[in-house]
Design a protein around this ligand. Structure first.
Ligand SMILES: [Zn+2]
Length: 100
């Protein structure tokens, strides 16, 4: 095996690992199972990454993150997310309890 083929193998391996890392981080950002997508990235490489990018995010996980981060609160009437300082729900129009 000559030097050039060793170098291209190393580069291929490095870009494959890079794609797998991309899958794991995109999966986390969209609220999917990181380990599953890391495995998908390992098996499918760039195809898994493209599929992941095309998929809509997990709305439930993103909702929980917004609530946990305090950038949104839940309207007790319609359960839609509203801004923390809102006094009236923009979705259903009901009065919201003030946290402060
Ligand atoms: Zn509401």
């Amino acid at each position: 095996m000559d030097v050039i083929s060793i170098v291209s193998l190393v580069l291929l391996f490095a870009s494959w690992v890079f794609v797998m890392m991309g899958c794991a981080s995109a999966a986390w950002g969209k609220g999917f199972n990181q380990a599953q997508w890391l495995a998908a990235g390992f098996l499918l490489g760039p195809i898994a990454l493209l599929v992941l990018i095309a998929m809509p995010p997990n709305a439930e996980v993103q909702r929980e993150r917004k609530l946990a981060a305090g950038v949104a609160k839940e309207c007790p009437t319609c359960l839609e997310l509203v801004r923390p300082a809102a006094r009236q729900c923009p979705h259903c129009g009901s009065d919201l309890p003030q946290a402060h």
